[in-house]
Design a binder for this molecule. Structure first.
Ligand code: PGA
Length: 256
């Protein structure tokens, strides 16, 4: 049985003061509850320590949105995974479509980053998904297979415990247009099939695959109720306490 993961990707929003307030709000609503999955927030680097300070019974895990491909040294502007770990992060998002698009990051870099994340004892959330034009051309399965094939076989330490996949169709990210539960399930099942071929049936069966792209409280339950959807990577709806907690409720309800 795979535990769900509801992960908030705050993107370039919320400095330390506002981030602390949001994290405290979410924590207050979830504290003391026995959740059947994991809840995570990924603030901007500078906000991580402020969120980490919301301690004492805070059930919300902490992650980063990116990291360098080296752990330390003369790499101006970069942040190494060990530093993130020291600051309280347990997860790092890698290969988000915005980094693929705006920073032109590629498979080779993703492999280096994920290997380093794992070597530092952190978990990676590896994002992938097709563009609108690729779906319109009926190429979504090929694109997703190539994205998984380009990275997973080159990972040194990947297992279902330290690696989470996040299928995020780019046409659904920040657009308000969500994949239907059927579309999500189809692509998740396909992803799992590809992972089975690359890593084996055991790892494929146990690896969590999140859905991302305009996920909100009103559609979370149905999406997460799909057999191969193990939670979500949430952008816009992770920025308000009610919206984000509503998605966690959706995950709990989907299991019930
Ligand atoms: P969204 O973003 O929920 O705002 O569509 C999801 C993501 O980019 O991870």
């Amino acid at each position: 049985m795979r535990r769900y993961l509801v992960a908030g990707n705050w993107k370039m929003n919320l400095g330390p003061a506002a981030g602390r307030e949001l994290a405290a709000g979410v924590s207050d609503r979830l504290r003391g509850r026995v959740l059947r999955g994991d809840v995570l927030v990924c603030p901007p680097y500078v906000t991580i320590p402020a969120v980490a300070a919301v301690a004492d019974g805070n059930p919300v895990l902490l992650g980063a949105q990116n990291c360098g491909d080296q752990d330390s040294g003369a790499f101006t502007g970069e942040v190494g995974p060990s530093m993130l770990k020291e600051a309280g992060a347990q997860y790092v998002i890698i290969a988000h479509s915005e980094r693929r698009q705006y920073q032109r990051e590629d498979d080779e870099l993703f492999v280096r980053k994920i290997n380093l994340v794992h070597a530092c004892g952190l978990k990676a959330i590896f994002c992938y998904g097709e563009l609108l034009g690729e779906r319109k051309a009926g190429r979504e399965r090929d694109v997703v297979r190539a994205q998984l094939e380009g990275v997973l076989p080159k990972l040194q330490y990947a297992d279902p415990y330290n690696t989470v996949l996040a299928y995020e169709p780019v046409w659904a990210i920040g657009t308000g247009e969500t994949a239907t539960p059927e579309q999500a399930q189809e692509m998740h099942a396909w992803s799992r099939e590809v992972v089975a071929r690359l890593l084996g049936d055991g790892p494929a069966g146990n690896m969590r695959i999140l859905y991302g792209g305009s996920c909100k409280a009103s559609n979370a339950r149905e999406l997460f109720g799909q057999k191969d959807v193990d939670g979500g990577l949430i952008g816009g709806a992770s920025l308000k306490v009610d919206d984000f907690v509503g998605i966690v409720e959706g995950a709990e309800a989907a299991l019930g």
